[in-house]
Ligand binder design. Sequence first.
Ligand code: HEC
Ligand code: HEC
Ligand code: HEC
Ligand code: HEC
Ligand code: HEC
Ligand code: HEC
Length: 468
Amino acid sequence: MGFLKYNPLKRRPVLHQKKYQDVDILLKSCAKFARDHWNPVPFQPQFTEGMNQKRTVFQKIISAFVLLVLLSGSLVLNAQDGKALFNQKCASCHAIDKQLVGPALKGVEDRWDDKAMLYDWVRNSAAVIKKGYPRAVTVYNEYNKIQMTAFPELKDADIDAILGYINTGGAKAAAAGAATTEGTAAPAAEGSDSNLLYGILTLVLAVIALILLQVNSNLRKMSDEAEGAQTAEPIPFYRNKAYIAIFAILLFLGGGYMTFQGAQGLGRSKNYQPEQPIFYSHTVHAGINQINCLYCHGGAQDSKHANIPSVNICMNCHMGINEYVKGPQLLREDGSKVDGTAEIQKLYQYAGWDPNKKAYTGEGKPIEWVRIHNLPDHVYFNHSQHVTAGKQNCQTCHGEIQKMDEVYQFTDLSMGWCVNCHRETKVQFTDNKFYSIYEKFHEDMKNKKIDSVTVEKIGGTECQKCHY
Ligand code: HEC
Ligand code: HEC
Ligand code: HEC
Ligand code: HEC
Ligand code: HEC
Ligand code: HEC
C-alpha cells in the first residue's frame, strides 16, 4: 500500500524562534480545548509516531468498511433465505397478502403473541392445536380443519427468516403486483430499495470517516504548532492522494459490482407475471378440473415448443360452459376480485361466438397472450427432448402451474440452472428407447461398473448442444 507511506504532515525540524512564544501559549490552550471537547479518548500526541497514528486511523476506517460490506452481504443473504424458504415450503398454500389454501400471512406475528407457539406451529401445527393455544384452535376451525404440513426440519432461525421475508417482502410484492397490473412491470426492480439503503449507509459512513480524518489532521496540526513546530500547509482533501485513492477504489468496487449485476440480469425475468388479456386460471383448469397439460400444450411432447392453445381449443369446452359458478372466488395478485363469467364472455368476443344464438359470428380475433418464458435466441431448448426423452415433469421447470391463477416465471432460465440440472439429473436408461444408442453405458450398467448416467455424461454440458 504505497499511499499509506505518504504523509503530508511530516514534521519539519523544530524552529526555536522567540516571536512564536506568545502564539505558542494561545495555541496550547486551543489544543487543550480541542482535547477536552473533540476526543473522547485521552489525547496523547505522539509526535515521533505521527505516521503510525495516521495508519491506525486508516486501518480503523478500512476495517469498518470491510465489516460493513460483510454485514450487508449477510443481511442480503438472510433476506433471500427467507424468501427462498417461503417459496419452497409455504408458497403452495400461503401468500402474503391474500388467502390461498391457508390465511394471508401478513401481520401473523401480531396474531400470535407467543412467539414460541408460532415456532412450534410451523414445525407441527397439530401439537399446538392439541395444547389448546387459542389462536391455533380458531384458525384451524376457520379453515375447515385443514391440516397444515409439518416442517420439523425448520429451526427458529429459519422461521425468523421466513417471518422477516413476510414482513419486508410483503410490501415489495404488493408494490410489484401493482406495477404489473399497470403493465409497467419491471421484474428486476425487486430488492432495489434495500440496495438504496445500503448505498445511503455507506455514504453516511464515508462522510463520517472523512470528517474524522479531517478533525484528526487538524488536531495534529494544532498540537504541532503548539509545540512550536512549523508544519507544511495542509493539503486540501480533494488533493490528498490518500482520499483520492480510497475514493477511486470505492468507485471501482461499486461500479464494477453494479455493472456485473446489471449485465448478468439483462434479459432475465424470474417471477415475471404479466397481466393476460383474459384472466385464464391454471388453478381452475389444470388444478380443480384436472385438464391434462398436454391437452392444451401438446407440443411439449413431440416438438421443440410447447405452444399456447388456439381459441378453438378453448371453445371445445366453452361452447357449453358459459359461466363460472362451481369454482372458488378468483382473485388477482393485488387482491381484487375476478368475475369468471365475465372473463368467459371476453373469450366469446375473441372467438366471435354469440352465446345466445349459439353460433359463430365470424368476427373473431386471436387472443394476444403475453409471452412469459423466453430464452435468448442463441440458446437451443427443446421440450420433447426433456418431456418425452428426458421424462422430466413440467413442474420441475415451471413450478406448480396447476396452482397458479396467473402464471409467473418460476426459475431464472439462466445457463447455470440448465447446466446444474444436467450435472445432477440421471437419465432413465431402462425402458427408454431414446438411449439405446449408448451401448457402452448400457453394458457398463449391466456389468455394474456404473450405476447411473447423468445428462452431463451423454454430453449435456457441451456448449454446442445448447448454443447455435
Ligand atoms: C399444505 C398447505 C400448507 C402449507 C404448505 C403451509 N401452510 Fe401454513 N397454514 C395452512 C392452513 C390450511 C392454515 C390454517 C390453519 C389450519 O387449518 O390448520 C395455515 C395456517 C398457518 C399459520 C397461522 C396463520 C394465522 O393467521 O394465525 C401460520 C403462521 C402458518 N400457516 C405458517 C406457515 C409457514 C411458515 C409455512 C411454510 C414453512 C406454511 N404455513 C406452510 C396450510 C399450509
Ligand atoms: C385449458 C388449456 C390449458 C391447460 C390444460 C394448461 N394450460 Fe398452460 N397455458 C394455457 C394458456 C391459454 C396460457 C397462456 C396464458 C397464461 O400465461 O396464463 C398458458 C400458459 C402456460 C405457461 C406460460 C407460457 C409462457 O408464456 O411462457 C406455462 C409454463 C404453462 N401454461 C404450463 C402448463 C402446465 C404445466 C400445465 C399442466 C399442469 C398447463 N399449462 C395446462 C392453457 C392451458
Ligand atoms: C376441457 C375443457 C376446457 C377447456 C379446453 C377450457 N376450459 Fe375454461 N373452463 C372449463 C371449466 C370446467 C371451467 C370452470 C367452470 C366452473 O367452475 O363453473 C372453466 C372456466 C373458465 C373461465 C372462468 C374461470 C377463470 O379461469 O377465470 C375462463 C375465463 C376460461 N375457462 C377460459 C378458458 C380459455 C381462455 C381456454 C382456452 C385457452 C379454456 N378456458 C379452455 C373447461 C375448459
Ligand atoms: C427442462 C425444463 C422444462 C420442462 C420439463 C418443461 N418446460 Fe416448458 N419451457 C421451458 C423453457 C426453458 C421454456 C422457454 C423456451 C423458449 O423460450 O424457447 C419453456 C416454455 C414453455 C411454454 C411457452 C411456450 C413455448 O413453447 O415456448 C409453455 C406453454 C411450456 N413451456 C409448457 C410446458 C409444459 C406443458 C410442460 C410439461 C409437459 C413443460 N413446459 C415442460 C422449460 C421446460
Ligand atoms: C430439470 C432438469 C433439466 C433442466 C432444468 C434442463 N434440462 Fe436439458 N436435459 C435434461 C435431461 C434429463 C436431458 C436428457 C434428455 C436427452 O438425453 O435427450 C436433457 C437434455 C438436454 C439436451 C440434449 C443433450 C444431449 O446430449 O442430447 C439439451 C440441448 C438440453 N437439455 C438443453 C437444455 C437447456 C438449454 C436448458 C435450460 C434452458 C435445459 N436443458 C434445462 C434435464 C434438464
Ligand atoms: C445446458 C445448456 C447450456 C450449455 C451446455 C451451455 N450453455 Fe451457455 N447459455 C445457456 C443459456 C440458457 C443461456 C442464457 C442465459 C441467460 O439468459 O441468462 C446461456 C448464455 C450463455 C452466454 C451469454 C452470457 C449470459 O450469461 O447470458 C454465453 C457467453 C454462453 N452461454 C457460453 C457458453 C459456453 C462457452 C458454454 C460451454 C462451456 C456454454 N455456454 C454451455 C445454456 C447453456
